[in-house]
Design a protein around this ligand. Structure first.
Ligand SMILES: Cc1cc2nc3c(=O)[nH]c(=O)nc-3n(C[C@H](O)[C@H](O)[C@H](O)COP(=O)(O)OP(=O)(O)OC[C@H]3O[C@@H](n4cnc5c(N)ncnc54)[C@H](O)[C@@H]3O)c2cc1C
Length: 240
């Protein structure tokens, strides 16, 4: 039996768009195929990282470790801030950036594409949830196919990156994309997240027109004794 991690690669590659990512009864995004539309091309299996692991041996790789020297960047990031530095440099080099933001309305993590620093701050910080990545990944593919000078850097969990790596190779677009996967021990269920949101009664503040700022790993007091920080304030205070 395939241990699907919900990386979304099958949904991204499907030429008939007949594989949708849906939250299952346990609260995790998993592919749902519309069998009537399926043409048995088998591309979904070909790009599945659970069926075809790429077999990289970590012993064969030279590894480096690094963190951002600027304290502000480290404080605003969940770990050492390297993701932000990579994204910032990539923008300077003209790359498109594909990373994860939090959608307050949908109450979920989502991949989104950026082409300039404006708004890109939303990528800072780990959102400890499974992000829905297919729409943004599909846009990346379209951009790469449409514009042969376009380059991208994509951030994601190891399973998402393994999946999109296979898709890019299959579509002969891999050379124009830098892939960055983050350390990930797994994502919690959306059922748990919804329960927590309800318990905190956060919808009340949203209904009152307040703007919410969520920091999944706040390091104001310490890097190691971290906690979650939720700020709810009037829209004007944040200019939103
Ligand atoms: C779901 C999840 C599980 C994690 N598990 C571990 C763990 O077990 N051990 C550990 O040491 N660290 C874990 N982390 C932290 C992660 O490894 C660090 O975020 C990473 O080291 C980068 O740190 P940073 O300070 O450079 O960037 P950060 O500011 O922490 O992260 C920002 C980058 O992460 C991406 N990102 C944010 N949320 C998500 C998401 N939900 N899915 C995919 N990409 C996302 C953004 O696009 C951005 O590029 C986890 C993070 C996530 C999102």
């Amino acid at each position: 039996m395939i241990k699907c991690s919900g990386c979304g690669a099958c949904s991204v590659i499907c030429p008939k768009n007949c594989i949708a990512m849906k939250v299952n009864e346990d609260g995790f995004y998993r592919p749902k195929k519309n069998a009537d539309e399926c043409i048995d091309c088998n591309l979904c299996d070909e790009v599945c990282p659970q069926i075809h692991a790429d077999g990289t041996n970590l012993d064969d790789i030279t590894m480096y470790s690094a963190f951002a020297i600027e304290k502000r960047i480290r404080t605003e990031s969940s770990s050492g801030g390297i993701a932000w530095l990579l994204a910032e440099r990539a923008v300077e080099l003209g790359y498109g950036i594909c990373g994860v933001t939090y959608n307050y309305k949908e109450k979920r993590a989502e991949h989104k594409n950026f082409f300039e620093l404006d708004g890109m701050r939303a990528l800072k910080g780990s959102k400890y949830l499974q992000s829905i990545c297919e729409p943004a990944f599909q846009d990346v593919l379209k951009e790469l196919q449409f514009n042969c000078n376009r380059r991208f850097i994509i951030f994601g969990t190891p399973c998402q990156i393994a999946g999109i790596n296979h898709v890019l190779i299959k579509k002969e677009l891999r050379k124009r994309v830098a892939l960055v996967d983050i350390f990930c021990h797994g994502t919690p269920s959306y059922l748990l997240w919804q329960k927590y949101w309800k318990w905190l009664d956060l919808d009340k503040g949203m209904k009152e027109g307040k703007k919410m700022i969520l920091t999944f790993r706040d390091k104001t007091y310490s890097w190691h004794k971290y906690f979650m920080h939720i700020t709810s304030t009037s829209k004007n205070e944040w200019g939103g």
